[in-house]
Design a protein around this ligand. Structure first.
Ligand SMILES: [Zn+2]
Length: 250
């Protein structure tokens, strides 16, 4: 049977505190970068949305332009007809014919007026759409400026932390290997329970460094003695004395 290494409480505390310090540093790097990729992605999506809005506006303007052209053609046709009828009116044989032509002319005049009104409305609509487009373009320019900044920031952080992170991950492997397996399992479990990823905390100002509940003096001196593992009664985190915590640097 292979000999199982016996760990002293002191060794256990040192090993688990070392692991915690490495993990906290890795957490910090992830936190630094963690929000930036999401922010960059959100901005990219937003800009894409605004660009889609602009192409919709362009589409609407194109439809209106086409409509205006149609109305102008209709108007030109009506004017040609008017001229034709004017000539015809000069050569009418009787008043009935004159009246008939007059009615036709009135109809064409109405058509010309109706086209005028529709062209005017369409142009007003175009002005409104142009305003919307300019406003949207301004928003895009603003967002792109922020995006550029965030992308630069993210790139910088990634470059700066890449080496540090890979060093820490290597250190973590060694540190985790030095922790007794049952202790490692409970460490991982406690760490997973808390958003700040703290499973091992020092006693700070007579309180648990994780949940800030007060630790009675007797318990504090037990912690300082390092004769047994002591967990916080409130949050379950492993408690260590400040001196030990300060002595471990990763
Ligand atoms: Zn606690």
């Amino acid at each position: 049977m292979a000999a199982v290494k016996e760990f002293s409480v002191q060794e256990k505390l040192v090993s688990i505190c070392t692991l915690q310090k490495i993990d906290s540093k890795i957490d910090e790097i992830n936190k630094l970068r963690g929000e930036l990729p999401i922010e960059v992605k959100d901005l990219e999506d937003e800009i894409e949305g605004f660009n889609t809005r602009i192409s919709h506006i362009d589409g609407e303007i194109a439809v209106i332009d086409e409509d205006i052209q149609k109305k102008l053609t209709l108007q030109a046709e009506a004017r040609d007809l008017l001229k034709k009828y004017e000539k015809q009116q000069n050569n009418v044989k009787n008043s009935r014919e004159f009246e008939a032509i007059n009615k036709e002319m009135e109809l064409q005049e109405l058509e010309i007026k109706a086209c005028d009104k529709k062209i005017k409305d369409a142009n007003e609509e175009k002005v409104e759409l142009d305003e919307q487009k300019v406003a949207t373009q301004a928003i895009i320019a603003e967002k792109e400026e922020i995006l550029k900044m965030k992308q630069k920031e993210l790139k910088k952080i990634s470059e700066e932390t890449e080496k540090e992170e890979s060093d820490l991950l290597k250190k973590r492997e060694v540190a985790a290997g030095a922790v007794e397996s049952r202790l490692l399992a409970s460490y991982n479990k406690i760490r997973g329970n808390y958003r700040n990823g703290l499973a091992v905390v020092p006693v700070e100002r007579d309180s648990c460094g994780g949940c800030f509940n007060v630790i009675p003096p007797q318990r504090q001196s037990d912690i300082r003695l390092r004769k047994k593992m002591i967990a916080c009664e409130h949050c379950g985190r492993v408690l260590i004395d400040n001196e030990l915590s300060d002595s471990i640097n990763v």
